[in-house]
Design a protein around this ligand. Structure first.
Ligand code: GLU
Length: 478
């Protein structure tokens, strides 16, 4: 058995890459692959390369390139080199093809489509796996008139290729199972597997971390690398992500684009934390800072099996991040979400104070903005259940009394507000809840909010009095 030396981290600096094809947005699976590659580089003090594999001209779009770059930037997965674009490297691919033709590791194949179809039909009839039979491998005759040749790689005929996969362990493939791969089409354009090989070689990639949908490409790529005399990198093939129903993750399962998570009010740290745990663990730790991820992540500990996406866990993690991130920072991130609700964040309470009180009550920035909107703007309608329960006829007296006292209160601050509510309860011989809950529904529109004193303080006197009038009118009309 032939074993190929893997580029070890000892002498060589670790260099990983993320190599997306820009045919769509940066999805959750791609982001996890990017994260693992980035973490592996960061952990070993290495370098992380971003390479855009845009040779499929029909399916690649500039919008997708932009979405990938935006997604990476939002996640904070910074690259040390690139972005490289394969479409800018065609000259280099042509050069390597010429070298291989000269060295005899590649050859021109003049088979026509009809001949290949006939070969295929014959193999199918004989119940053998359809594959190119190498008929032009040793051809040294003149060019065949009327046929533009493709260029094929001369795959070794015997022996085996072993992928020392860092996730799956050694995977052995016999060379006689691999046919001679087309590396350049009849129009001269290089094929996908070939570009990847030239790039990984030229960019000095030491560790290729990618989705396990590429596992079949790896033995062919290793053979070409060897033919080029390049060092073969180590490979880690990461399992795919499934939806919570066990099916391949798709739009049906909700957001799959990383930027959609941003737009829904997830924090990049929470998304990264969620992704790192999807297929990797460190004891039973769930929350990891970026530094901890870098320190603890080990590609060798990544699960072989596919992992299922779990939205409620992501929401839970996001809430942890909303609570543990400094409120100043959350307040800043909250601004566009408030603006989207028609709120000018500078026109009312200090958003930092609001975040301090409200962060524990929401799982996303979007929800936090919606839950906090009442601090800035009058709510549209009372929550029905809360109104039924707390805005009853007997609430009119305490609310009217509060209206009067609050209008006259000299200092609009929590301690004085608390005393006022307490005093009204004592005076009317009511339990605190019979006063505070109607007041809360009057001001907030629903029966849940932070402490009534802070709620009133942050909402501001003008809005509180206006909403008390509204509640009194509501009761009068009932
Ligand atoms: N461009 C490939 C993809 O987006 C990745 C290739 C690789 O990582 O080798 O699936």
């Amino acid at each position: 058995m032939q074993r190929f030396p893997a580029a070890g981290p000892i002498a060589t600096m670790v260099k990983t890459r993320f190599a997306p094809s820009p045919t769509g947005f940066l999805h959750i699976g791609g982001a996890r692959t990017a994260l693992y590659s980035w973490l592996h580089a960061r952990r070993h003090g290495g370098q992380f390369v971003l390479r855009i594999e845009d040779t499929d001209l029909e399916r690649s779009t500039p919008e997708a390139v932009a979405a990938i770059l935006d997604g990476m930037a939002w996640l904070g997965l910074d690259h040390d080199e690139g972005p490289y674009f394969q479409t800018q490297r065609f000259g280099r691919y042509r050069e390597v093809i010429a070298q291989m033709l000269a060295a005899g590791t590649a050859y021109r194949c003049y088979c026509t489509k009809e001949e290949l179809d006939a070969l295929r039909a014959e193999q199918m009839a004989q119940k053998i796996k359809p594959r190119y039979d190498g008929r032009y491998r040793d051809y040294d005759g003149p060019p065949r008139p009327g046929v533009e040749p493709v260029i094929r790689f001369k795959n070794p005929l015997d022996g085996e290729v072993v992928i020392d996969d860092l996730v799956h362990g050694p995977i052995t493939i016999r060379n006689d199972e691999l046919d001679d791969l087309v590396i350049a089409r009849a129009d001269g354009t290089p094929t996908y597997n070939f570009c990847v090989v030239v790039d990984d070689m030229d960019m000095g990639i030491t560790h290729v971390i990618r989705g396990d949908d590429h596992i079949n490409n790896t033995p062919r790529q290793i053979n070409i690398l060897r033919a080029l005399g390049a060092t073969v990198p180590s490979y880690a093939h990461v399992a795919m992500i499934l939806g919570d129903d066990g099916q391949k993750l798709s739009k049906r399962h909700g957001a799959v684009s990383v930027l959609q998570y941003r737009d829904e009010g997830f924090l990049p740290g929470a998304v990264l934390n969620y992704l790192v745990r999807l297929g990797w663990s460190h004891g039973d730790q769930e929350v990891f800072t970026r530094e901890e991820m870098i320190r603890l992540f080990d590609i060798g500990d990544v699960n072989k099996a596919a992992s299922a996406f779990n939205t409620s866990k992501l929401l839970w993690l996001n809430q942890q991040y909303l609570m543990s991130t400094p409120p100043e920072q959350i307040a800043w991130l909250l601004r566009p979400f408030l603006s989207a609700l028609g709120i000018d964040p500078d026109s009312g309470p200090d958003p930092v104070e609001v975040v301090r009180e409200m962060a524990c009550r929401a799982q996303t920035l979007q929800e936090l903005a919606a839950q906090s909107a009442f601090f800035w703007q009058d709510f549209e309608a009372y929550d029905e259940k809360s109104a039924r329960q707390h805005l009853k006829p007997e609430a009119a007296q305490p609310l009217a009394c509060l209206r009067e006292r609050l209008a006259a209160l000299p200092a609009w601050e929590p301690a004085a507000l608390h005393e006022t509510v307490q005093a009204v309860a004592t005076e009317l011989e009511l339990k605190m809840g019979k006063v505070a809950q109607p007041l809360r529904v009057a001001v907030v529109g629903r029966a849940a909010s932070p402490g009534i004193d802070v709620t009133l303080a942050l909402t501001g006197r003008e809005a509180v009095l206006r909403r008390l009038d509204r509640a009194l009118a509501h009761l009068a009309a009932a």
